[in-house]
Design a binder for this molecule. Sequence first.
Ligand code: SF4
Ligand code: SF4
Length: 180
Amino acid sequence: MLQYFVNIWDSVKTPLIGMRLTWRRLFTPAVTLQYPEERWELPPNSRMQLFVNMDDCIGCAQCERVCPVQCITIDTIKAVPDEVEETTTGHKKRLHVAKFDIDMAKCCYCDLCTFPCPTECIYMTPSFEDAAPDRFGLLYHFAQITPEKAAALSAKARTFDEAAEARKAAAQPAKAAAAD
Ligand code: SF4
Ligand code: SF4
C-alpha cells in the first residue's frame, strides 16, 4: 500500500524536476532571434561572400596568384591604347577582364586575396546567405564582357600587335643602314 503512494509521489515529482529548467527559462528574457526578420550584428571584419567591383579591376591577377586554393580564375585581353580607361583610384586599365570567376564552393574565406589588390576592388561583403541548390550555383561570374565582345577585343588586340610588329620590321633595315 505504501509503495502505491510512493509511486504516485514519484510520478508527480519527476516531471516537476524535469520541468525545473523550463520554468526557470520561462521568466528570463529570450535570446533567440526571429531570423530572418532579425539578424545578429556581425563584427566589421567578418569574412563572408566576396565581391569584385569590375569597374575598378585592372586584371593584374594578384588576387588569383595569392589564393591558396586556386578558386579565382581570371582571363584578360590586352587593351589597345585608345581603349585604356582609368579606375576610380587612378590606375590605368590596360587589360580587359574577359573572365573573373570565383568558385565559392572552394573558397576558404581566408581573405588573402583582398590584401594585394592595388585598387581594393575585391572585398568581403556582409552577405552570408547565398546558398545554392548545387555547387555550380556557387561559381560566381563577375566579368561583364560577353564572349562575343571578348572575341572582338582579342581580334582588335591581335591586329594592333601585328601592325606594331610590321612597323618594327619595316624600321629594321633603316636602323641597320644608319648603323653602317
Ligand atoms: S578568400 Fe581566400 S580562398 Fe577565398 S578567394 Fe580569397 S584567397 Fe581564395
Ligand atoms: S588584384 Fe584586384 S585589380 Fe588585380 S585582378 Fe584581382 S581584383 Fe582585379
